[in-house]
Design a protein around this ligand. Sequence first.
Ligand SMILES: Cc1cc2nc3c(=O)[nH]c(=O)nc-3n(C[C@H](O)[C@H](O)[C@H](O)COP(=O)(O)OP(=O)(O)OC[C@H]3O[C@@H](n4cnc5c(N)ncnc54)[C@H](O)[C@@H]3O)c2cc1C
Length: 419
Amino acid sequence: MEKYKCSSVGIVGSGIQGVCTGLQLIKKGIPVTIFDKHDPLSENFKPASYGNAGHFSPYAVLKFNRPDILKDVPKMLFSSYGPLAIKWNYIFKLVPWLTNYIKNCNSRSMLHTAKYMNQICRSADQSYEEIFKEIDTTNLVDKKGIIYVWSNKNLKSRKLEIKVRNDLGINQKILSQKEILDLEPNLKPIFDGGILYENCMFARDPHAILKKIFRLFLNKGGKFIQDNIISLKQTDENKAILNSEKERYSFEKIVVAAGAYSKKLTDQLGENIPLDTERGYHVHFKGMNKLISRPVICLDRGFGLSPMNQGLRAVGTVELGGLKNPPSKKRIDYIVKSAREFLPQLKEHHDEWLGFRPSLPDFLPILGPSLKNKNIIYAFGHDHLGWTLGAVTGKIICGIVAEEKTNLDLSAYSSKRFN
Ligand SMILES: Cc1cc2nc3c(=O)[nH]c(=O)nc-3n(C[C@H](O)[C@H](O)[C@H](O)COP(=O)(O)OP(=O)(O)OC[C@H]3O[C@@H](n4cnc5c(N)ncnc54)[C@H](O)[C@@H]3O)c2cc1C
């Protein structure tokens, strides 16, 4: 029997999901055009896929829909100087996400999320390694592992996380303070212990890697159009259209990979998906990237340090506040102060950046066709793990577009769960 072939695909978004999906489709011989408001090769391109912490973290399957975390949320929200913050002018708009989050905050949902995150995380690195065979990643990807530390002896999440990961067969090595200092001697010993995820990869410049994957896509015949897509529609069995302010583009299928902005498009399709954003920040300490050899994350402060080519990147925290609020100076101050506590050698910082994690309240991405328009396929909502899951998402979405069989159970990623 002849394989199904799609005649053309338009992808909205050239973040890591869009670019990896485009690459897989073009490799299959399916004509693809990627759209983005910003050219990924330009300096103006600064979405989440540009400024993240660079962890390839397939072990991070346990998310925030945990009953133990829920109890701490109100306290954290009322402190403006902690890992979680809120823009109070956004509280009413946050209601759909928040109510769904509370509904999903129980042991059953937590384990459901962990199981289905693990299903895709298991082949996340392998999927990237296949791409890395085709691009030069010298000085861009390191494999020295990733360390998590905790500075609160009674950090209760520790035991639960370790157990769930053990149950799922995830490799983790518990470290004492001394063992961490043996690996990272410049850290100030203000932590109690930690975990090393050995042999994990990290990106020394996520944007540079994305650009290489994007160039590979173009070299294989993929097209890119810089345009802001304002609407989309499936018009008949074999046709779906994208509209910008000036142009109308027609394809057989469309992939929505617009990260945290995807809701603007999915709302038009009559689906009420509670996508929102968990805002995160970074700054760089230029010339200080040699102070540590691998990313170090402080679990109880919700921030981390990543040695990037641009400098030491202090990155993280979660702020609930939508896409339009301006950046918060207090968030930056919190990250800078925390970074200096771990590495007192740090002085001036540069490049304050705010990015938007595409967040769904059960912390699973949406991967699959729109409920009412089967030619429009969703690939968004990867939240804290979107960098890790870019390459595997590309493969999954390509398989959905080409209507191929898969051994994966994709039902858990459908938008049906919110409708
Ligand atoms: C502070 C921070 C740290 C993080 N650290 C990590 C980490 O260490 N590891 C990890 O795995 N993940 C991490 N993440 C999460 C990860 O970065 C994101 O989940 C991921 O980059 C999302 O990729 P994306 O392609 O879905 O969206 P994005 O990267 O946001 O890309 C979406 C693109 O769509 C374009 N777009 C949107 N709407 C339109 C439109 N209407 N028309 C045209 N173009 C449009 C945008 O311009 C953008 O380029 C972090 C995120 C943040 C904020």
